[in-house]
Design a protein around this ligand. Structure first.
Ligand SMILES: [Zn+2]
Ligand SMILES: [Zn+2]
Length: 141
């Protein structure tokens, strides 16, 4: 099960994030630059190397920046489609995908448990698709 906290990621090293540009497919990159004493929250630099002909470049979207990352886990395990996860109790702007453990720079797929009282399950869209969570949601909708 994923119990990785922000402190468990390498410091000052560019890593591939879970998400990618919807147009050119370039992967976001993240670098943890600082983590607080508890190891849960800290600072992140991110960037995305869009391909030269990407639409996002035409609209001059930001392709790098800083943000606050971090999360804490709920202590109660939740089962989803035969897999078990510790839900996130809190999350800063940037948090992890509970399946692949990579960080998600943009918006993850969020399943709120009991309206958020029991925390939330966050997944990147790649994992949500692979695990069949997207299909499951479509059936319910
Ligand atoms: Zn792009
Ligand atoms: Zn993922």
């Amino acid at each position: 099960m994923n119990t990785k906290l922000l402190k468990d990621y390498p410091r000052n090293l560019w890593m591939e994030a879970a998400d990618a540009c919807g147009f050119c497919g370039a992967k976001y990159q993240v670098k943890v630059t600082w983590v607080d004493e508890r190891g849960c929250f800290g600072d992140i630099e991110w960037k995305i190397p869009h391909k030269d002909d990407c639409h996002e470049l035409i609209y001059e979207e930001e392709s790098e920046g800083n943000d606050i990352a971090g999360w804490e886990f709920h202590d109660k395990v939740y089962s989803l489609m035969g897999r078990e996860y510790y839900p996130l109790k809190t999350r800063a702007n940037i948090g992890p995908c509970l399946q692949c453990r990579k960080l998600v720079v943009t918006v993850p797929l969020i399943l709120f448990l009991d309206g958020g009282n029991e925390g939330e399950l966050d997944f990147c869209f790649g994992c949500a698709k692979t695990l069949g969570i997207l299909d499951q949601l479509k059936v319910k909708a």
